[in-house]
Design a protein around this ligand. Structure first.
Ligand code: PMP
Length: 423
């Protein structure tokens, strides 16, 4: 072996036929082509990358047509709210669009501190730090905190960003079956003592299934085995708990039972970016050392302002959270009554309709799109073939009548009948 230019090891012998500069053989490209060809063979339009012409909320406009929309994470209907837009515009007028450099290198804007204080308060935490992307937050934070001597134990359905962070860290990675705290306990008992630090990574509300972990059990487990507990609240803030504070409010545990609260600004908070809330030493370290913070531009001021205004609206208007939860519960009940497999959904904000094959899911999504319902099909290999599904993200802005019409359209599409337009 010799060192490659990037510093990694590579095999001495070059492959017999080097692809050289041929981009058509890049790994993964063939898979994308195969999916495209399969869609074309079935006569299905590509459901991805469709341009929305306005705000993608509970309703949206695509190609000049109105749709009921279940494919956006606008949980509380705050993206598009004039107050949020006004806060972003005022921040642009004051600071411009960009933060123009890393906060460490060149300074920050008052709105960064204000947003971080408000987020820290949500978790009754000592401090908080924001990053330019939710995905980058998980990658850089897990990558920074853990190292080769450490152990990362995570739910098998953890988001790609946390999995990438775990890979980057070089720590030993062990996945346990979804939501199975007993399996996690067995893994900790088997591996914990051979490692320096241990990090247990969960999500407060899982985006593929819309279900939740037994957080009190996992918190007890982390304590017993001297492991740090990190919970990704991307789909929990604004969705779980009576006032939307998240999974700890939903299950009634103290927020300090979790060491590292992670979240994103892109869903309930209708902006873009990520955050970590926790104890002061954690945040101090990340502010000075996490590469995705130190070597990246500060959060854009209009995004910070939009996220802060959204958090304030969530707190001032808890009816939004109650309406979202009621909508999800209604969708879940009607879908179940119609005989659909909704998996383990808790009916709090996300409801999957599991159709058993990628072809069935793609066909159903296409039939619903014709009828005026925009919902994303989740196909193999993102999920196992047998659990290919449509995934419905509910919003506080859907009406009961729209939800009833949507489930009726699902029933009609299942029967193979042409589905009447619902909008
Ligand atoms: N964590 C989870 C659980 C997510 O679902 C997502 C995105 N869907 C992220 C992190 C990344 O957040 P963002 O899209 O804001 O970068």
């Amino acid at each position: 072996q010799r060192l490659s230019r990037r510093g990694g090891k590579e095999d001495e012998a070059a492959p017999a036929e080097s692809p050289g500069r041929d981009l058509s053989t890049l790994p993964g490209l063939r898979d994308i082509e195969m999916v495209r060809e399969a869609g074309a063979a079935l006569g299905l339009e590509n459901p991805y990358f469709r341009p929305h012409e306005g705000v993608a909320g509970a309703r949206t406009v695509i190609g000049g047509r109105d749709f009921l929309n279940y494919a956006s994470y606008n949980y509380l209907g705050l993206n598009g709210d004039p107050r949020i837009a006004a806060a972003a515009k005022a921040a642009i007028d004051r600071h411009g669009v960009s933060a123009s450099a890393s906060r460490l290198a060149s300074g920050e804007r008052p709105v960064h501190g204000a947003l971080e204080a408000a987020l820290a308060a949500n978790y009754a935490a000592e401090a908080c730090l924001t990053f330019v992307s939710g995905h980058a937050t998980n990658v850089t934070v897990i990558g920074q905190l853990m190292g080769a001597r450490d152990l990362i134990l995570h739910d098998q359905l953890i988001h790609n960003s946390a999995a990438e962070g775990a890979r980057l860290s070089g720590a030993r990675r062990v996945a346990f079956p979804h939501n199975d705290w007993r399996a996690a306990e067995r893994e900790l008992a088997a591996h914990r003592r051979r490692h320096g630090r241990a990090l247990l990574v969960l999500e407060g509300h899982y985006s593929m299934d819309g279900d939740v972990p037994d957080l009190p059990r996992f918190a007890a487990l982390a304590r017993e085995h001297d492991a740090l507990l990190m919970v990704d609240e991307a789909h929990a803030l604004g969705v779980l708990g009576a006032t939307g504070r998240g999974s700890f409010e939903q299950c009634g545990i103290a927020p300090d039972a979790v060491d590292i609260w992670m979240g994103t600004l892109s869903k309930t908070l209708s902006a873009c970016g990520g955050y970590i809330a926790g104890r002061q030493p954690l945040i101090d370290l990340l502010r000075h050392a996490a590469p995705g913070f130190v070597y990246s531009v500060g959060l854009a001021p209009p995004l910070a302002a939009a996220a802060l205004a959204s958090l304030q609206a969530m707190q001032a208007e808890p009816w939004r959270v109650a309406k979202l939860q009621a909508n999800a519960a209604l969708f879940l009940r009607l879908a179940r009554e119609a005989g659909f497999d909704t998996g383990s959904s808790a009916g709090l904000g996300i409801v999957p309709v599991i159709l058993g094959s990628s072809v069935a899911a793609a066909r159903m999504a296409a039939a619903l799109f014709e009828a005026g319902v925009n919902v994303q099909p989740i196909l193999f290999p993102v999920v196992p073939e047998r659990s290919a599904r449509l995934r419905f993200f509910l919003s506080a802005e859907h009406t009961e009548e729209e939800i009833a019409r949507t489930v009726a359209a699902l029933v009609a599409a299942r029967g193979g009948a042409a589905v009447a337009r619902v909008v």
